[in-house]
Design a protein around this ligand. Structure first.
Ligand SMILES: Cc1cc2nc3c(=O)[nH]c(=O)nc-3n(C[C@H](O)[C@H](O)[C@H](O)COP(=O)(O)OP(=O)(O)OC[C@H]3O[C@@H](n4cnc5c(N)ncnc54)[C@H](O)[C@@H]3O)c2cc1C
Length: 497
């Protein structure tokens, strides 16, 4: 049988392993951390089960497709439901609103902020829907093996119709004049680590996704999805070995011949690297990570300062997803992307226990706080920055009526340097390489190595990009490519030629 080794059991690696096994490869996954999931990991302590990374589940069809495409019933592996409201928003002037699922209710919420905005939302959502469907068809759900495939005559009109060269905040600004709604419909760019003020308008597909396609939740939290993927892999015969870091790739006669480990080498017919692409270039292949086009510099996304709190007592008044805007929206992003500290940042609070109480002991909740932050490359004193951001968030939440300070029974923090070291992320960039127009499609690191045969990549810093559904698509695209270039030889099959 054709033997495939997968380096890394992130959501991308697990999704690819399942697809490869289903296609007829013999698959083994080797993971450095004690449990699978990668960034989507777990803090499990004192009866709490807290997700470390992703929390907002979008594009349900792609998530469920990962199971259905390999002949499994998604419902047997993961239980997903849509959240209503998608999130609650706290604006800096003290006003609040909820992103309701029902269109009439959502319109009323928007009208209360800016009269007439509800009707204009319909038009905005229509554009967002077109961008979403167009982006998926022309840019996201396909492999780009040559520059021509991306910039060829047949694809060029899409660059115009998909508003690749217009900034997202301008498109939003044409529909909504109240600053609060402009924030509401641009902050979502941060889902992929983009600055709303430089993100191209195509990313207006993100607020469309939230409000129209829906924000979903997996029972058991995001790790419930990881567990579903692990079970799927096992049912398909994939072997997952944790606590087993690879130290390099075996390079022989111009091809990757497997992986190196401290306890010996493992040979394979093909090797699929799920570890963060730039991290893997530097640490496993001993190369400087380079942009696919000669002479262009790679751009890295930002990071996050995460606080994971186990809290005694009630958190009603919050929703599962809460976005809290600081006073200086533009300045906040300017600082994050320039490697500076921002005094009063916007942040996000996830309370999964409002949806799935089994994630905490009786009478307790989880408050997962994510503060978008410059990455670990920034010249920042991280120990004092951690304390400063913690004080700011807890005081700000108390001012809003949610005083957690005397109720915290469990606390952990992951700051940008910890994202880098513990989760093997170059510069601690939580969403990997940035997603500007110069770094998507063919211009993003490819899923096949340009120098070594039989070496492939899956995950956030490769095409199509970051986010749970995107890395699942990345898994689909790379396995399609592998099956095409390296069809599996099954046991008993006679190989000719
Ligand atoms: C704080 C945070 C919040 C996020 N929020 C969201 C969200 O709400 N919604 C969303 O859709 N996405 C979100 N994301 C993004 C999403 O989590 C990622 O895009 C996705 O999980 C990445 O999966 P991956 O498979 O590409 O990489 P990873 O999860 O990084 O997996 C790579 C794996 O490779 C392993 N590895 C590295 N080196 C080695 C080695 N030498 N040997 C063996 N194994 C190795 C790593 O340990 C890791 O397990 C968030 C990410 C973070 C960090």
């Amino acid at each position: 049988m054709t033997r495939a080794l997968v380096l890394g059991a992130g959501i991308g690696g697990l999704s690819a392993a399942a697809r490869l096994a289903h296609a007829g490869y013999q698959v083994q996954v080797h993971e450095r951390l004690p449990r699978p999931g990668g960034r989507s990991n777990l803090i499990e302590r004192d009866g709490f089960r807290i997700d470390t990374g992703p929390s907002i589940l979008l594009m349900r069809d792609i998530v469920e497709g990962t199971f259905a495409d390999v002949g499994a019933d998604p419902a047997e592996y993961v239980s997903i439901r849509r959240l209503d409201p998608a999130y609650k928003v706290f604006f800096a002037d003290g006003s609040r609103m909820e992103a309701k699922v029902d269109r009439a209710e959502l319109r009323a919420e928007l009208d209360a902020i800016e009269p007439g905005a509800g009707a204009r939302f319909d038009d905005f959502a229509e554009i967002g829907g077109r961008l979403y469907r167009g982006a998926r068809e022309h840019f996201v759900e396909r492999n780009f093996r040559t520059l021509r495939e991306m910039f060829g005559i047949s694809n060029l009109p899409q660059f115009v119709s998909l508003r690749v060269y217009e900034p997202m905040h301008k498109l939003v600004g044409r529909h909504f004049s109240d600053e609060r709604l402009r924030q509401l419909f641009t902050f979502n760019a941060m889902y992929i680590g983009m600055n709303p003020f430089t993100a191209p308008a195509i990313y207006a597909l993100l607020p469309y996704n939230d409000t129209v396609e829906g924000v979903h939740f997996a029972d058991g939290g995001m790790y419930g999805l990881v567990e579903g993927l692990v079970r799927l892999c096992q049912d398909l015969g994939v072997e997952i070995v944790c606590d087993h870091p690879a130290t390099g790739v075996i390079e022989r006669n111009g091809r990757a011949a497997g992986l190196r480990f401290a306890d010996g080498d493992l040979e394979a017919d093909l090797t699929l690297v799920n570890a963060d692409w730039p991290w893997a270039q530097r640490r496993l292949l001993d190369r400087e990570p380079r942009h696919p086009l000669p002479g262009r510099k790679l751009r890295y996304g930002p990071s996050a300062m995460n606080f994971y709190l186990g809290v005694r007592g009630d958190l009603s008044g919050l929703r599962a997803h809460n976005v809290v805007f600081g006073g200086d929206y533009a300045g906040n992003f300017a600082d994050v992307f320039a490697g500076r500290v921002h005094e009063r940042p916007s942040y996000y609070v996830h309370v999964p226990t409002l949806v799935d109480p089994s994630l905490a002991p009786d009478g307790h909740h989880i408050a997962y706080v994510l503060v978008p932050h410059s990455n670990s490359d920034a010249p920042i004193d991280w120990a004092s920055e951690r304390d400063r951001v913690r004080d700011y968030v807890l005081t700000d939440l108390a001012d809003k009526g949610f005083d957690l300070r005397d109720r915290i029974v469990l606390e952990e923090v992951i700051d940008p340097p910890r994202w880098a070291e513990e989760f093997s992320l170059e510069r601690g960039a939580t969403f990997g390489l940035s997603h500007g127009v110069s770094q998507v499609g063919y211009l993003r690191p490819h899923n096949k190595d340009p120098h070594l045969d039989d070496l492939y990549y899956v995950g956030s810093s490769t095409h199509p990009g970051a986010g749970v559904p995107m890395v699942m698509l990345s898994a689909r695209l790379v396995t399609e490519r592998i099956a095409d270039e390296h069809p599996p030889v099954r046991l008993g099959q006679v190989v000719h030629g």
